[in-house]
Design a protein around this ligand. Structure first.
Ligand SMILES: NC(=O)c1ccc[n+]([C@@H]2O[C@H](COP(=O)([O-])OP(=O)(O)OC[C@H]3O[C@@H](n4cnc5c(N)ncnc54)[C@H](O)[C@@H]3O)[C@@H](O)[C@H]2O)c1
Length: 591
């Protein structure tokens, strides 16, 4: 096939336009750069020269390649040179009227077969196309910043875009070494549509003082493996830009979860736009700096001391219980592993031995450390043996009645002053607490799976938890090298309350035939640097588990946008639960 679009005009050579111009020239195509006036053109050319010189320094480009590349780029201030282009990519400031005017002009200037693409993030491609007499040759080409490192391009089709134009645009993107995904014309397209709703919830969570900005960010980095926390990311994107995108999303969806959190408006009005202005959710060393400065801790020095913990009990014999036992034993703490029978407890210890063995064979653990850890673990089939421990972590079945019964039993046997913790993901900690006569000693310690590898623990205090109990658990987490974040006792805590609505939005996108499973997964991995796409993650977590968490969240907040997507319910009803059953959103060939 002939290479699509040998000559490309780029209109607007700012952050995005300059990056796109370089990427296109790098593919050997001629680039006609167009700026607003002669001064802006000179500045744009300087920017392109500087960026490519930097690429040479970084050895991303040789000096010869740079020379050849620059020879392919011309920069001027006359729009009518676009007449010589096969494709025009518009990268103007995000203003609808400006874009529509330029498209109307381009429509007059360019031959009828020229394809016109807009780089808009949040404006309607359809409305931009309507300014021309060739809407079938107008589409969106949404590159990501910085263009030279981000491989993703969303190719946005309106209802009028011809399939041929969209295919050519996708082939063009591939030819630039990018990965195109197909999206329809909806505010935010795939990536921002999923990302910004989540960022908005994180801002709202901070605003309600449910957790600190550091804890929200750490929870999402460590709990989900995301490259950045949501509030730090909002600062990077720009609070004003985030608001604009959310406003556009809300305008179309009327989903309250897209209505910009009030805090975003307050920060924007105060000129606290994020990194670029030196302050947003965080304060930075200087405008444009990426280095956040520590702020004077509020009310320092009043922190209470924790209780002494020298021995631990863990209830349960499943994956989480075994993993939690491993965490404590490896840190040198004696652990009583209490299960419903001696046999179950022995089997759990054997499971633990296997896991430690794997670490040894992978060179991550010394044989002596394995032996020392195993020697610290005593399996027992009787909860009465927990009488003398200082702290109990419960990791039995995720069923409130089962947990309440266990807490009532622990209340009878465990010595006064011991801390009683639950590792529930979705049940109210307070309901465990009220099954005892000492709710002040009960707290949530939400570990992540696999517990030995995942650094995060959500420390969940109820309205009755004593401050020294919270302090005890925070100190213990530090001792066993886990990163603790503090939050209150409401559905989803930090991580699941931010993660599952995003996963649900992805399912809804699929259900509405807006984009495919593969395109959505690719878009989130390449566009946001996520370790897994939403459907990959749902298949790993289990569709039934995900549905339960979404139902709990919806029940707690009664937000219509949090209602579980019917497609998820249908798949669960059909027994498609993800990897564990061999089929979920994808077919997983059984090995
Ligand atoms: N910055 C990002 O992270 C990002 C990411 C993806 C998409 N986008 C989208 O890309 C587009 C461009 O954004 P940007 O961040 O590069 O903006 P920018 O402000 O950096 O660049 C816009 C450029 O357009 C020029 N310009 C203004 N009026 C002009 C005219 N009449 N004719 C020719 N040039 C003109 C300006 O001089 C400026 O150089 C926007 O639609 C934006 O939403 C931005």
């Amino acid at each position: 096939m002939e290479r699509p679009f040998p000559t490309v005009a780029v209109v607007g050579l700012g952050t995005m336009g300059a990056g796109v111009a370089v990427a296109v020239a790098k593919s050997g195509r001629r680039v006609l750069g167009i700026e607003a006036d002669a001064d802006a053109a000179a500045r744009a050319l300087a920017r392109i020269e500087e960026a490519t010189a930097h690429a040479v320094q970084r050895e991303r480009l040789t000096a010869e390649e740079r020379t050849a590349l620059l020879a392919l780029i011309t920069v001027g201030d006359r729009l009518d040179v676009a007449a010589g282009a096969d494709l025009v990519i518009e990268e103007l400031p995000e203003q609808l009227e400006l874009k529509r005017e330029v498209f109307a002009e381009l429509d007059r200037i360019c031959p009828p077969e020229t394809v016109l693409a807009t780089g808009t993030t949040a404006l309607s491609v359809t409305r931009i196309a309507a300014a021309t007499a060739r809407p079938e040759r107008v589409l969106g080409l949404h590159f990501f910043n910085p263009v030279h490192t981000m491989k993703l391009v969303e190719v946005v089709r309106t209802v009028l875009t011809s399939p041929q134009a969209a295919e050519d645009a996708a082939a063009f993107a591939r030819d630039l070494g990018k990965e195109p995904v197909a999206a329809g014309d909806r505010a935010g397209f795939i990536v921002n549509g999923l990302l910004f709703a989540y960022l908005n919830q994180a801002a709202a969570m901070f605003e309600s003082r449910y957790a600190t900005r550091e804890d929200i960010d750490a929870a999402m980095r460590l709990g989900c493996g995301l490259p950045m926390g949501p509030l730090a990311l909002l600062d990077l994107i720009g609070i004003d830009t985030a608001r604009t995108v959310l406003e556009a999303m809300y305008e179309q969806s009327k989903d309250r979860l897209h209505a910009p959190a009030p805090i975003l408006g307050q920060l924007a009005s105060a000129g606290l736009l994020g990194r670029k202005s030196g302050r947003g959710f965080y304060t930075y060393e200087a405008p444009g700096s990426s280095k956040a400065v520590a702020e004077a801790a509020a009310a320092a020095g009043t922190r209470v001391a924790g209780r002494t913990v020298t021995s631990i009990g863990v209830c349960g014999s499943g994956t989480m219980a075994t993993g939690i036992v491993e965490v404590f034993a490896k840190a040198g703490l004696p652990v009583l592993l209490a299960a419903r029978s001696q046999e179950k407890a022995d089997r759990a210890k054997a499971q633990l031995a296997k896991s430690l063995e794997r670490s040894v064979s992978r060179g991550r653990l010394a044989a002596e450390a394995r032996d020392a850890a195993l020697a610290l673990v005593t399996p027992t089939g009787s909860y009465a043996d927990l009488a003398g421990v200082d702290l109990v972590v419960e990791a039995v079945a995720e069923d409130l009645e089962v947990k309440r019964e266990l807490f009532a039993a622990l209340d009878k046997v465990v010595k006064p002053g011991a801390v009683l913790a639950t590792t529930t993901s979705s049940l109210p900690v307070i309901s465990c607490a009220t099954a005892t006569s000492r709710p002040q000693d009960v707290i949530g310690m939400h570990f992540f799976n696999p517990a030995p590898a995942m650094k995060l623990v959500e420390v969940v205090s109820t309205v009755l938890t004593a401050p020294d109990v919270t302090a005890t658990v925070l100190e213990l987490c530090a001792e066993v090298k886990k990163h603790a974040v503090e939050c209150g006792d409401r559905a989803g805590f930090i991580v699941n309350a931010l993660l599952f609505p995003y996963l649900n939005d992805a399912v809804r996108m699929l259900q509405e035939h807006y984009a495919t499973v593969d395109d959505i997964d690719t878009a989130m991995k390449l566009g946001c640097g996520y370790p897994m796409g939403p459907f990959e993650l749902l298949d790993v977590v289990g569709l039934d588990v995900s549905l339960t968490i979404e139902q709990v969240l919806h029940q707690e907040f009664r937000e219509p946008g949090l209602a579980a997507a019917p497609l998820l319910e249908h798949l669960v009803a059909a027994g498609c639960l993800g990897r564990k059953t061999g089929r979920g959103f994808r077919d997983h060939a059984r090995r």
